[in-house]
Design a protein around this ligand. Structure first.
Ligand code: CA
Length: 371
């Protein structure tokens, strides 16, 4: 959409401006109502969105672009959002501070990148053997999760929203077979969040690097293995050129939430309709990303297997069982040492217990029935 179209749309005015005019003009004909005059005096807000993703990276970067486009379109151009890729305005892992300080009004990333601020924040990305994408969205939007997230980000002057989900990820790319949990010992692997803590407990060395640095780190041997997202995203980075084995399932990231964080001062200064627009644009972006991944992963997986001869393997059951036991230890211990983490974990855990019962007779039963 062109700039002048936004301005023309902005002429339709906000709901508030429209209703004031309607009541002021009661009894007059429609032709005499000129709502355009009100909105034209409002200068569009020009916001910056910093991201942890390479600019326009499929799914993640384009998901951030989509969110910015939705905010502009839904607000009729009253908010314009310029998206910055990792390193364009600030480095990937500095976006939290950049939005917190107001250098940018918005950020797009994932909460587990900020565990250095507070380890409790990791629950808002994903938890090993935790909630799937649908379940995570249910917990956030109908199970009290978003309220807890809002509370956790408030001290940093940030308002969080879910703004994307990857669905179940892949376990990652390896150059050696993983036949037992002992094969993870000494392995230097890029794996963020609580999954990284689990790997550490299994004897590996977790490393966290922004996505844009992974290919080179694999190629140079700085790391032995890496996980990233799923076939659609992993194909885009070309990991098949630096690793032979591609394991599943992504036990460590069963439904990772991508976030939109907004500087609280900037958000609070918005009129109620624009606040609602930002929140609802994030809800649309949240759903859209998951749909896109589910649609694109199919072809990408086929391409990896058929064109690039990637060896796709399932992690052995005993490896999964060991990792599940270690994951329980890691999450319970985090909850025991951090008061805020305990509060979030209690909510997450009780939701997980309840949803599993329902999922067993719905999604899981159906998937097994479908075969
Ligand atoms: Ca990942």
């Amino acid at each position: 959409m062109k700039r002048r179209d936004f301005i023309k749309k902005a002429g339709a005015g906000s709901l508030l401006a429209g209703s004031v005019l309607v009541s002021a003009c009661k009894g007059k004909s429609q032709a005499e109502v000129k709502p355009a005059a009100v909105a034209k005096t409002d200068k569009p807000l020009e916001w910056k969105m910093v991201t942890t993703w390479p600019k326009n990276f499929p799914g993640l970067g384009t998901g951030a672009n989509f969110l910015a486009e939705q905010i502009e379109a839904m607000s009729g151009g009253r908010i314009k959002v310029k998206v910055y890729g990792a390193g364009e305005l600030v480095p990937a892992f500095e976006i939290f501070d950049a939005v917190s300080s107001g250098t940018a009004q918005m950020g797009h990333g994932s909460a587990y990148y900020w565990k250095g601020k507070n380890e409790a924040l990791q629950f808002f990305s994903t938890v090993p053997f935790g909630l799937t994408a649908d379940e995570m969205n249910a917990w956030l939007h109908h199970g009290g999760g978003l309220e807890l997230w809002t509370e956790a980000y408030a001290p940093f002057g940030l308002v969080p929203m879910a703004a994307g989900n990857t669905g179940v990820q892949m376990a990652g790319w390896f150059n050696k077979e993983i036949n037992s949990v002992d094969d993870l010992k000494g392995l230097k692997m890029r794996i963020p969040g609580l999954g990284g803590e689990v790997l550490k407990r299994a004897g590996g060395t977790p490393v966290n690097l922004p996505g844009g640095e992974l290919f080179t780190a694999m190629q140079s041997g700085t790391i032995d293995a890496t996980e990233w997202v799923n076939p659609y995203n992993d194909l885009a980075f070309g990991f098949h050129k630096v690793a032979k084995l591609y394991y599943y399932p992504g036990w460590h990231e069963p439904g990772t939430t991508l976030e939109c964080m907004v500087n609280k001062q900037a958000f609070d200064a918005l009129p109620a309709d624009l606040q609602s627009i930002v929140r609802n644009a994030a809800r649309v972006a949240n759903a859209n990303m998951l749909s896109e991944y589910i649609a694109r992963n199919n072809d990408a997986l086929e391409k990896l297997v058929n064109e690039h001869q990637v060896d796709v393997r399932k992690l052995p059951d005993d490896v999964i069982n060991s990792l599940r036991a270690l994951s329980d230890e890691v999450t319970s211990e985090l909850a025991a040492k951090n008061e805020q983490a305990r509060k979030i974990y209690d909510s997450y855990k009780s939701f997980r217990e309840k949803v599993i019962k329902w999922q067993n007779v719905s999604e899981r039963a159906y998937l097994e029935a479908r075969g």
